[in-house]
Design a protein around this ligand. Sequence first.
Ligand SMILES: [Ca+2]
Ligand SMILES: [Ca+2]
Ligand SMILES: [Ca+2]
Length: 440
Amino acid sequence: MGSKRSVPPRHHSLSYDEIMFAALFAVLVVVCTGLMVVSWLAIKESESDSVLETSHEARGTFKITSGATYNPNLQDKLSEDFKILAFDLQQMIDEIFQSSNLKSEYKNSKVLQFENGSVIVIFELFFAQWVSNENVKEELIQGIEANKSSQLVTFHIDLNSIDITASSENFPTVSSATTSDKLTTSRPLTTPGNDSVECLPGSMPCADALNCIAVDLFCDGELNCPDGSDEDNKTCATACDGRFLLTESSGSFQAAYYPKLSTSSVVCRWIIRVNNGLSIKLSFDSFNTYYTDVLNIYEGVGSNKILRASLCETNPGTIRIFSNQVTATFLIESDENDYIGFNATYTAFNSSELNNYEKINCNFEDGFCFWVQDLNDDNEWERVQGSTYPPFTGPDVDHTFGNASGFYISTPTGPGGRKERVGLLSLPLDPTVEPVCLSF
Ligand SMILES: [Ca+2]
Ligand SMILES: [Ca+2]
Ligand SMILES: [Ca+2]
C-alpha cells in the first residue's frame, strides 16, 4: 500500500474563480481521501451494531453423540481436524443464536477445545450485553430442537449435556471485557483485623479496612479506594514477572515462564502509562503461548478501556496503541510446563509527527503499522502468511516478498460464511491541496 502524488501545473497569477475552484477541489479531495481509507469487504444485508464496551462472555459445553468422531488430532488446535470441526460447530452455534430471541445481543462464538467421550465440545459465546446463563441455555436447546442450523442434519447433540456458565456471573454490574479475568495477585490484598468492614460478595476491602470496592476495580489503573491501595504496586505485582505499573517511556514486561497455577487460572495484569499526547508501541521478542492462554491488549485503563488485540499462539509482531495508557492482561489457563510465555517491550512515540505517507504506507511484515481495526463492524482483519485457510479463499503469497514468507492482511474467510462488513481505519490524514491516490 503506498501513496503517490501528481503535481498539477503551476500558475503565476490566480483569478478569484481559480482560487474558488482550487478551494472547492481541495475540499473534495479531503472528503474523497477520508472515504477511501475505509476498506469494506462487503455490505451486510442487515445492520447489527455491536457495542464493545458492554460485552458479555459465557462458556458452554455439550456432547455430540453422532456426526463427529473423536480422534487425538482434535487436541491440536492447529490441526485440520480441529479447524474443520470447530468451524462447522461455530457456524451451527451462530445460526442457532442468530435465529433466536437473543439475536440482537449475540455476537459470535469460538470453540475452545474438544474432549473425548463421543465428542465433548467446550466453547465460548460473546454477547453485546449481559444475558443470563439460563436464557442462553434455553435458546440453545430450543434452537437445536427446532433444527435452526443446517449443521444439525449432521450433528446430533445430547440436550441433557448442554451446560452454560458465565465466567462473569458473580460481577454482572461491571461491564468490561475482562470481567472473566479472575485477578490473582502475588500477595494478599489486605490483612484485615477484627474491625475490618464486611464486604459484599464480589467486592473486597481497601487497605484501610473501611471501604469495599468491586474486585474488578483492583489493579485496573484507576484509583478507587480513598487510600489508593487498590492500585498499590505491591498489591498488583503480577505472578508473571512481579511488575505492575510501568511508567518509563520504554520498558518491558513478560511471562517468560508460566507461574505455578495456584488456582485453575492466573491473570497477570500490567498498566503502561507514558506522557500525555504520546502513543505506545509494543513489540514481542518471543511469543509462544498455549491457545488457552490469552494476552489482551487494551487502549486505556479502568472500565472504559477498549480491547484492541487478543493474542494467543502466534507472534503478533508490532502493535501500536494510540493512547498514552495501555492495560495488558495475560490469562493463563493451560497447565503445560513445556510452553514458554512471552517477552514484550514497549516504547512511547509521537503519532502527531507522522506524515500522511507514513500513516498509510504498510507492507504488514511487522504488524498493522498505523492502521486501526474498526470495532463498530462485524469482524476484524487478520494478518496472515502464505495461503489462507480454508484453501482457495485468498492469495498464496503477498506483494512484499511474493512468497509464503510475506505477511498480508485478509478478512476472515470460511466456506459458506455469511457476508460481513470488515473495516480498517487510518489515523486522521492531513488535508492536502494536491490530489492524492491510495493504491493497494
Ligand atoms: Ca482501581
Ligand atoms: Ca507484506
Ligand atoms: Ca472490525
